[in-house]
Design a protein around this ligand. Structure first.
Ligand code: NAP
Length: 501
């Protein structure tokens, strides 16, 4: 028996594109990608604030199946990365499978299928649901008194409006993650003034983020695809050093931390400003910020660092707890994302009416980043525990997609109708994760977007080889498979409950 699985992928960002391509290569033809945005690219579509750059070298920050030789900079701009994603979809024939402007508002499982409903009320029914909905997806709006009363332009960086004028204006920026640092650096030269409101300073590694990639390198790599592939592999291997630095205490971690302290000491000579910029936690504990221009921007006469807490936002600016009022024309929220809201606000209902919110009351929990007990035939790509900040996200997404494809293949061959990870296997994986988090730098005492409300660190604490091993092939004893849908009371003929082996 052979039948084609009907598959829906939600999201056309990095993980959705990687999955759509992988499934196409594996010969799956009934695949649709549903994307709420008006373009592909995920965070690279939504994020378009001034100064947006990727601090991962572009020769690594790309799909293995779509190498791009001729990046204009070593660390490409957001605009160039977004163009790359669109080109990949067009060039590899994925665009025809992608439905833009389609927001899935609910996904409900019953009798072996998922029914998805979009914002227009249109429904589709599929056998498998793959959620590639991203981490940096839902903007976090701070709960500041008076925020709604601000009479100037108020904008979150992830919803930047190109019409906003900042040149010649008094601009306030709240937040000092990778985004806040980039946006302050970009706006400072043109604005009348920039006031940077910083609740907890970050360590900032110096790097020449704007250096061009030599044209000759692009030409050579384009003409020599095998060499290019070796360069990509070399970057992938080199990124293993980063994974090692953040997961294992060693001289390498100490060296990077010393470099972070040196970056501050050498660039900020004023002891008072330096003290205001010195974090009270170890470098690398939060997602590391990299910049070659932030400290310089901050030391301009028209830029001010404000570390006093925000008491309230008024119609004309921001009042800090010391009673000072900072007059502003534009207020930029660089306050990050609700990073643990995976898949939400979509209403996801799994087996026996279990909602995702119910399943995750104490925080997101998945098996090997991709499967959730209670949610048969649903997989996530770059789901909980994904390696943001240590291992290539494209590589992780491609591995996960190939892993999922193996289940789809079994469905196609008629070996399974439904597959669901067991609670016990998920528990075991979570225990492994918690155990491995111990020596990581993320566990050295800082607040960061990596922490869930329950205090768990939502990251991948293992190395790349472990990820490749865990996602090489499904470990059958960790799943229950059936040839009839879950949720049917009577055991139907041909019932094939997988026996752990
Ligand atoms: P983020 O790292 O979560 O930073 C949010 C900032 O907003 C923090 O400084 C936080 O302060 C501050 N904040 C939040 N609520 C606040 C409040 N009520 N009052 C005052 N301050 C408040 O967010 P992000 O900068 O957007 O970066 C998120 C992630 O996106 C990055 O870590 C990175 O993974 C990715 N990113 C990557 C790049 C790149 O170059 N590859 C560029 C941009 C973003 P506290 O620290 O005190 O909470």
């Amino acid at each position: 028996m052979s039948r084609e699985p009907r598959v829906a992928i939600i999201g056309a960002g990095i993980s959705g594109i990687a999955t759509a391509y992988t499934l196409r290569q594996a010969g799956f033809t009934d695949v649709v990608v549903l994307e709420k945005g008006s373009d592909v690219g995920g965070v690279w579509h939504w994020n378009r604030y001034p100064g947006l750059t990727c601090d991962v070298p572009s020769q690594l920050y790309q799909f293995s199946f779509a190498p791009k030789a001729d990046w204009s900079r070593v660390w490409a701009s957001g605009r160039e990365i977004q163009r790359y994603h669109r080109d990949v979809c067009d060039r590899l024939g994925l665009s025809e499978r992608i439905r833009l402007n389609t927001e899935v508002v609910s996904a409900e499982y019953a009798d072996g299928t998922w029914t998805l409903t979009d914002q227009r009320g249109e429904r589709i029914v599929v056998d498998f649901l793959i959620c590639a909905t991203g981490v940096l997806h839902n903007p976090a709006i701070p709960d500041l008194p008076g925020l709604g009363d601000f009479a100037g332009r108020l904008v979150h960086t992830a919803r930047w409006d190109d019409e906003i004028v900042t040149d010649g204006r008094r601009v306030g920026v709240i937040g000092t993650g990778s985004t806040g640092v980039q946006v302050v650096s970009a706006l400072a030269p043109g604005a009348r003034s920039v006031t940077h409101f910083v609740r907890s300073p970050q360590w900032i590694l110096w790097a020449p983020m704007r250096i061009p990639q030599p044209r000759i390198a692009g030409r050579v790599l384009r003409r020599a695809p095998r060499l290019h592939s070796r360069v990509y592999d070399a970057f992938l291997r080199a990124s293993g050093i980063l994974a090692d630095i953040v997961t294992t205490p060693s001289w390498r971690r100490r060296a990077v931390q010393a470099y972070a302290r040196l970056s501050l000491r050498l660039q900020v000579r004023d002891p008072r400003l330096r003290e205001m910029l010195t974090p009270d936690y170890q470098p690398l504990c939060k997602r590391q910020v990299v910049s070659g221009s932030y400290y310089r921007a901050l030391q301009r006469a028209d830029t001010e660092l404000v570390t006093d807490g925000i008491a309230q936002v008024t119609p004309t600016g921001v009042t800090t707890v010391d009673g000072r009022h900072h007059e502003l024309d534009v207020l930029v929220l660089a306050t990050g994302f609700r990073t643990h809201d995976y898949m939400r606000p979509m209403h996801v209902v799994g087996r026996d009416g279990l909602t995702l919110d119910q399943a995750w009351t104490s925080g997101p929990r998945a098996y090997r980043m991709t499967a959730i007990p209670g949610f048969p035939n649903l997989f996530t790509v770059l789901g909980p525990n994904s390696p943001t900040g240590s291992i290539s996200l494209q590589h992780s997404a491609e591995l996960t997609a190939r892993y999922i494809a193996q289940w789809l293949e079994r469905f196609r061959r008629g070996e399974v109708d439904t597959v669901e990870v067991t609670g016990a296997a998920t528990e075991r994986f979570q225990e492994q994760v918690a155990g491995a988090m111990g020596p990581t730098v993320w566990n050295t005492g800082c607040s960061s977007w990596y922490l869930t409300e329950g205090g768990a660190i939502d990251l991948w604490p293992f190395d790349r080889a472990t990820m490749e091993r865990m996602l090489a092939a499904p470990d059958e004893s960790d799943f229950e498979t059936r040839t009839r849908p879950f949720g049917q009371d009577a055991t139907p003929p041909g019932f094939d409950r997988h026996t752990p082996g």
